[in-house]
Design a protein around this ligand. Sequence first.
Ligand code: BDR
Ligand code: CA
Length: 309
Amino acid sequence: MIKRKIIFDCDPGHDDIFAILFALAHPERFEILGFTTVAGNQTLEKVSNNLANVLDYLHISLPIYKGYDKAITKPLEVQPQAHGESGMDGPVFIEKNHHFQMKHAIEFYKEMLEVHDKITIVAIGPLTNIALMIKTYPHLCHKIECISCMGGGIAEGNIQKRSEFNIYHDPEAAKIVFESGVPIVLSPLEVCIKGSITFKEMEAFHHNHSVSKLVYDLFSFYSKYSKEHNFSSSPIFDVCPIYYLYKPELFKGFNANVYIELNGNYTQGMTITEKCEKSQTRVLYDVDRKTFIDDFTESIFELDRKVII
Ligand code: BDR
Ligand code: CA
């Protein structure tokens, strides 16, 4: 089994943290080089603090590089309805002044791409950092093995009828990334919805072990939105791209060119997928839900055993 060198580009965000916890539970498969943060679910300040709070809670010291605090052209539009005022409501952390790296996120990418043969980017927020890194350092793009990202929909939308939040937040960035020629695996809304966790399955985390407690507290807030809308489960969107890198054989997908709608009144940020065998982009639409949720749950329990808080 290959061990991938990965960088998370994220906007934590409850489900961003679930994805990061999954990777931390599998050091045999993922070497996390660091994290870059981007404005999305909440302001850059808040999402960076959320991530730092979690790493601190777990006693994990991995570098966090802040990236862009808004989209390339659009003003910032955060998501308190899904993630709360803090961007990650639910767990309570001791207030601290965190130490962030001085370098900008895109300088971290430059440095890592220069020193490593291949890097995989797990992009689980708006694509602003990735797009501007690609524009600034195009000569390093061949070192990106793959961008496994959450965003868009084949026919679904969650922020507008046909637009998904990460892409809608910064459509210009998404267009740059999807036109870059870098290999991409896209986890759109469809595959994330297929992989939803039921409210009953969330109860597995209801005990006092350190990481499970954090996950349970995160779900307590995160599931509210689905409960209010009378669903029986919640998608854990951002876990799909990292889980794909772990067990790709459990997913179904097709190769496609992905076009981004920049301007529509009702469709800004919509992803248009056109099947094309030769495309470097793979679009996922299905996952073996039961194994996905079992593996996610077991990974959190594995962290409970490893992390002493
Ligand atoms: C995406 O938007 C964010 O709210 C989630 O963290 C996920 O990355 C889902 O549309
Ligand atoms: Ca996210």
